[in-house]
Design a protein around this ligand. Structure first.
Ligand SMILES: CCC1=C(C)/C(=C/C2=NC(=C\c3[nH]c(/C=C4\NC(=O)[C@H](C)[C@H]4CC)c(C)c3CCC(=O)O)/C(CCC(=O)O)=C2C)NC1=O
Length: 169
């Protein structure tokens, strides 16, 4: 598991090069957004339960077929599993925000997830919609906490959505 700094150093060390201008630019942006990323994580942490609940409600309002008898989130057990998954996405997004890097998502969340979902019939498209709903709610929450959202805030959510949607080659 790596953060923005260790990941950068690793890449330059592999080729035995000093950090160049590109490296300095990404380091500067990592440190410049540091306080905002920590504050965003704080806003997520203290509202996690409510964010997940709201996101679930929005998702099922948008896609009510998910909780109908033929839907994958039908039955209390699967409904709860779906919300638990949303909670995973939110919690790991908060880690990735602090790390300024999506490595933790690849390693702890996305590894093998698509295969698991496919074998259980968990629909990927609606899951991706759920992740984007979480992202929008987090942006609102973070703005309310007085932090200006930026691309750094979208990144973990977009990364999970993109990786989940990608089809195998
Ligand atoms: C921390 C990393 C991590 C992730 C991400 C994770 C996901 C995950 N979600 C699962 C199930 C599930 N996931 C869902 C989710 C949904 N169904 C829908 O229709 C919605 C679109 C969606 C919610 C947004 C459901 C319903 C199940 C239960 C499926 C079943 O058992 O039939 C399972 C199968 C095992 C289990 O039920 O616990 C895993 C491994 N587990 C992990 O350890």
């Amino acid at each position: 598991m790596r953060d923005a700094v260790t990941s950068l150093i690793k890449n330059y060390d592999i080729v035995g090069r000093y950090l160049d201008r590109d490296a300095m630019d990404s380091l500067k942006s990592y440190f410049a957004t540091g306080t905002a990323r920590v504050q965003a994580a704080e806003a997520i942490n203290s509202n996690a339960a409510s964010l997940v609940k709201q996101a679930g409600k929005k998702l099922f309002d948008e896609l009510p077929e998910l909780i109908r008898p033929s839907g994958n989130a039908y039955t209390t057990r699967r409904y709860a599993a779906c919300l638990r998954d949303m909670d995973y996405y939110l919690r790991y997004a908060s880690y990735a925000l602090v790390a300024g890097n999506t490595d933790v998502l690849d390693e702890r969340v996305l590894q093998g997830l698509r295969e698991t979902y496919n074998s259980l019939g968990v629909p990927i498209g609606p899951t991706v919609i759920g992740i984007s709903i979480l992202k929008e709610l987090v942006k609102e929450q973070v703005s309310q906490a007085g932090v200006e959202p930026g691309p750094w805030l979208d990144r973990p959510f977009d990364h999970m959505a993109r990786e989940l949607s990608e089809t195998d080659v």
